[in-house]
Design a protein around this ligand. Structure first.
Ligand code: SF4
Ligand code: SF4
Ligand code: SF4
Length: 273
């Protein structure tokens, strides 16, 4: 009888310990998730196009790497082990290689199996553009709605918004730029069909000789809907310049990649932050 009582007590004790341990593990995981999510948001990670809100993205992304594999300019990287639960999620380091929006169909979003990169708005925008184009171009012997569709889809991208650092921007300082924007050893490419670079062109193959630096404006894949060189009159009567970022900026980061100053004089602030 005493032995039975002892077994019962031992059983209850083990149960309490097991429940306690599970609760501690649960609380630990919850804490880690919270801290990881907050850290990710604080770090202002630039996610690939179409990424859903950061706090949901971390759980929706299954870290399959398909978006990374399919990107033709290899702009998307895996987050490293120090990122906690966000380890393995995709991000873009625009200074090294921006998303130049040069692929055929926002392929990373299209390929994502979990809708962590959400394709529906892109698909809808593309279909709507074709519908409109059809009405006016059906009889055209060179009928080709594809570029119209792709451009409409690209306009849906909203990774972030570019912001100029007026303290270091060469144009704001009234300076020009002559040479290769990031030097001859830089490996980044910009092959956007909407800018001046219809082919996969390493940045090191491009030469600039601008009296007032306008590299970011020239290389922007979204053109003058996204960034223009603003001209104004300074208080002393001289002409001043400043790249003006407009509503059409999609946050692709090409301007960050191409800016020739030692630290980029233009950054992209991710939308999720
Ligand atoms: S394809 Fe989607 S689920 Fe896979 S790593 Fe990229 S974002 Fe995550
Ligand atoms: S490329 Fe850089 S330095 Fe040149 S105008 Fe743009 S932000 Fe300024
Ligand atoms: S200004 Fe142009 S190049 Fe820079 S992030 Fe916006 S869309 Fe991209």
């Amino acid at each position: 009888m005493a032995k039975q009582e002892l077994n019962r007590r031992q059983f209850l004790k083990s149960g309490v310990i097991a429940v306690g341990a599970l609760a501690a593990v649960g609380a630990g995981v919850g804490y880690l998730q919270k801290v990881t999510t907050e850290n990710r948001i604080n770090q202002k990670f630039l996610r690939p196009p179409g990424s859903i809100d950061e706090k949901d993205f971390i759980y929706a992304c299954i870290k399959c790497g398909l978006c990374i594999q399919i990107c033709p300019v290899q702009a998307i990287k895996f987050a490293g082990i120090k990122e906690g639960l966000a380890y393995g999620t995709p991000y873009i380091d625009a200074r090294k290689q921006a998303c130049d929006l040069s692929c055929d169909s926002i392929q990373c979003v299209e390929t994502c199996p979990t809708a962590a990169l959400y394709f529906v708005p892109f698909k809808n925008a593309g279909e709507k553009a074709i519908e409109k184009y059809d009405k006016t171009h059906r009889a055209d012997p060179n009928y080709n709605p594809f570029p119209v569709q792709i451009l409409a889809m690209k306009k849906q991208v909203k990774m972030g918004l570019a912001k100029v650092n007026e303290k270091t921007c060469l144009a704001v300082l009234g300076k020009g730029f002559k040479g290769i924007p990031r030097g001859k050893d830089f490996k980044g490419i910009n092959r956007s069909p909407y800018g001046d670079s219809p082919k996969a062109t390493p940045l090191r193959d491009k030469q600039y000789d601008a009296k007032i630096c306008d590299v970011c404006v020239k290389e922007c894949p979204m053109g003058e809907e996204a960034i223009v060189m603003g001209v104004h009159t300074n208080p002393d009567g001289t002409t001043g310049y400043k790249p003006d970022v407009l509503d059409g900026c999609v946050g692709c980061g090409v301007c960050v990649m191409v800016c020739p100053t030692a630290e980029p004089s233009i950054i992209v602030e991710p939308v999720n932050t």
